[in-house]
Write a protein that binds this ligand. Sequence first.
Ligand SMILES: *Cc1c(COP(=O)(O)O)cnc(C)c1O
Length: 472
Amino acid sequence: MSEQQDETTTVPPGVALARLRMLPSVDEVLNHPELQRVIDDVGRPRCADWARQSVDSLRTSLVRTNGNFDRKDLLTQAVRATAEEYEARITSRLGRVINATGVLLHTNLGRAPLADAAIDAVAESSRFTNIEFDLATGRRGRRGADVERLLCELTGAAAALVVNNCAAATLLVLQTLAAGREVVISRGQLIEIGGSYRLPDVFAASGAVLREVGTTNRTRLADYESAICEDTAALLRVHHSNYRIVGFTEDVPIGPLVELAHSKGLPAVDDLGSGCLHDLTPFGLTGEPLVGDSLNCGADVVLFSGDKLLGGPQCGVILGGRELVDRLRASPLTRALRVDKLTLAALSATLQIHAAGRAFDQIPVLRMIAAGADDLHRRAAAICEEVKASSNHADCDPVALESTVGGGALPAQTQSSWAVRLPSSAPQETALRLRSGRPAVVGRIENDAILLDLRSVLPEEDQLLSQRLASL
Ligand SMILES: *Cc1c(COP(=O)(O)O)cnc(C)c1O
């Protein structure tokens, strides 16, 4: 752009007119063989819009820029600009990405990848499905009944409800249980997470009044106790899902918080965030609260996301006692926040895997967490061999590094991992080429190399990844 501006002059009107006659028409551009594939994909009217814009901007530069122009050259330029617009649109379409960032639940890459069975279930229910139809009786059935039963069986909860995401779950719970009244929460738990979720804003939208107690780093049971008054509607605990408070700290565990709430006749709400059903300490990850523990401690309502450690689709799970969950179900907000059949299908398939005891074999995020470093090393080495054998990247090597779970779970904890290291004199450009191909590959840039962490890549994707690397 700046180069063009440097050349900007006033072209004499006669010259400009002669040049304008050489401009291709929109039809000429559209009839160019190179744009046939574009028209096949997006249709002629949309392609014509882009061709018109291309011709328009050529027209502007013709009357402003010095240089020689010829008819054929102008046509080629207009065709190229039209094709570039198309390529830009394609890149911004939702498409498959190989996540080689080492962040397993990457918010910008769609958090949890679905299990194969969940993907099949989505396809299966995409047409007509018995979402609110009881096939046994031929009568109307209740939406979500199957996943609610599975959730109760898996967690021991008495009742369950599924909404659009955990933010929606929080909004629904606050509005139903506490609109116009106070909810007591520790100052250290007023979280903000990705995608502009800020807990105080959710409170404001719900009509519940936030009653902060304690300090950022220390909150004691007595702080909650002295804040309870006749306006109090509930006590809320929110898991620090993406940060850690370390050093001189004190926090009240859910057990004592529940006891205090119950002694005052109040419900205790636990926003767990990640929805971890299984102990992850065997994989070196500690401190993630378990759904079962929270329920066992007597929490009246437990909330979590479906697309974090549960490894399912985006949704918000609410667990609790019958009466409370029925009150939530009866709220008009519930209709607005409900999930669609595709989400229910994916969630049902995901929960069935958990219930069958196959989570660490079949739920992608749990498989990734459970992968041993030796295994990741072997895969990295095999990919490097393949890339070396089929391309001129002789300098590609396995390298050890650390990966994180991300996505609002296990903050500041890492696992040992292995990456494919691809040295590059222009790493930004190489990264762009990796992102631009299909499937797109997203890794990390470190100094003069691209690092592709294999912990967040499924073994089934290794072949595709090798091919993308070899074709650079
Ligand atoms: C992730 C998270 C949320 C928001 O969940 P979404 O499903 O993204 O709406 C709320 N609370 C906590 C503690 C979380 O970790």
